[in-house]
Design a protein around this ligand. Structure first.
Ligand SMILES: [Zn+2]
Length: 369
């Protein structure tokens, strides 16, 4: 069994569904302390910490990112999700693909690269599968300030180890409330029936939809609620929208577009409205997009060709992750992960041979900086 396979298995066998990442965090901490590295525990909340490890010194700081948490165990597993098994080239286990395989690549790369002219920093983050509490605490700390480039082996949903994620959408949840004073049933009039008004609004949201290759912009209804009491007409409609916005547009721009649509329609019907972002503990994730001329992107593309013999495929992803936090700060973020399948599902697996490939690419990239 190769080192990467063994390490991936070890990481999988320490369960870490959010918010219970501490056991794995402690394992990582001890693992590196025993090897004599500088290890920092960054407390996020009670019993939940990011782990940061450093080596080397130099003008450039490269961050190898991974998240400690997995989702929970879903129905349908044919093997024990916490007892990893390899069948052929597939390593099955919870988090194998998202993202303990990538985490093992980060760890081994860190151990094997002789950081002569760069500072290499490993980040193990909590809460990525939830609301990125760990990512935000790290991004607001001094550990983020000197970072020049972030490498993330999040699962590659397209193009295998040749794909490089160079941008992501912004995503937010928007809450809408429509009101019209309740009246006696007798006075019902379709003109100010707030449910009809809400139907018009939802129809009109279609015009936000935009698609350009992998990049998609939209707003759709997550939940819809209205009620009338006794012999009265309905007085309130609550609509919750899920939205995706393409950078350089921001979530605020999306809020403005939605508000404009609602304002126009409600005005014509004398209906009052409120539009706001849904409140949550951390901000919604902003989009980012790297320039094609980014020097780290060019080097990584070179390394991919050297190792695989095939061209790199930079692409944009219509999905969000902790990478959004770093990208929105203006940092270079390069997503290149292993191949596998069924992230967040049953029988999740990662390709063992491509983990090794990925590590070769990482080592090649670092040695050329
Ligand atoms: Zn992930």
């Amino acid at each position: 069994m190769g080192k990467l396979e063994a390490l991936t298995k070890q990481l999988i066998s320490i369960p870490s569904p959010y918010p219970n990442e501490m056991k794995l965090a402690n394992f990582i901490k001890t693992f590196f302390k025993q090897k004599g590295y500088k290890v920092f525990e960054q407390k996020v909340e009670d019993n939940r910490s990011n782990i940061i490890v450093e080596k080397g010194s130099g003008k450039k700081t490269i961050l190898l990112y991974s998240h400690l948490d997995t989702v929970g165990i879903v129905d349908g597993w044919k093997t024990n999700p916490l007892r990893p098994v390899v069948i052929g080239d597939k390593l099955f286990g919870l988090g194998s693909y998202d993202m303990k395989g990538g985490m093992a690549v980060n760890i081994n790369t860190f151990l094997e690269h002789e950081a002569k002219n760069i500072k290499l920093r490993l980040l193990f983050c909590i809460d990525e599968e939830n609301i990125s509490k760990g990512g935000y605490v790290f991004a607001n700390s001094s550990f983020m300030k000197d970072v020049d480039c972030v490498l993330s082996p999040e699962p590659a949903f397209a193009h295998g180890v040749n794909g490089i994620v160079t941008g992501r959408i912004g995503r937010a949840v928007i809450q809408v409330k429509l009101t019209y004073p309740s009246q006696h049933f007798y006075f019902y009039n379709p003109q100010n029936d707030i449910n009809i008004v809400s139907a018009l609004v939802i129809q009109k949201l279609k015009q936000i939809y935009k698609k350009n290759g992998d990049a998609k912009e939209f707003a759709f209804v997550r939940s819809l609620q209205s009620q009338s009491v006794g012999m009265s007409t309905p007085q309130e409609v609550f609509i919750e929208l899920d939205t995706s916005v393409l950078p350089p547009k921001t979530n605020k721009d999306m809020l403005a577009s939605v508000t404009q649509i609602i304002s126009k329609i409600t005005q014509a019907h004398n209906v009052k409205y409120e539009v706001n972002f849904k409140k949550r503990e951390t901000p919604f994730l902003s989009g980012y997009k790297l320039s094609e001329n980014n020097k780290y992107l060019k080097q990584l593309s070179q390394s991919i060709i050297s190792v695989t013999g095939k061209k790199a495929v930079p692409y944009f992803r219509s999905s969000v992750a902790d990478e959004n936090i770093f990208g929105a700060l203006g940092k270079t973020v390069l997503g290149i992960g292993p191949e596998g399948d069924s992230a967040h599902g049953a029988n999740e697996w990662v390709s063992v041979s491509l983990l090794t490939r990925l590590q070769d690419i990482y080592l090649n990239f670092l040695s050329h900086l």
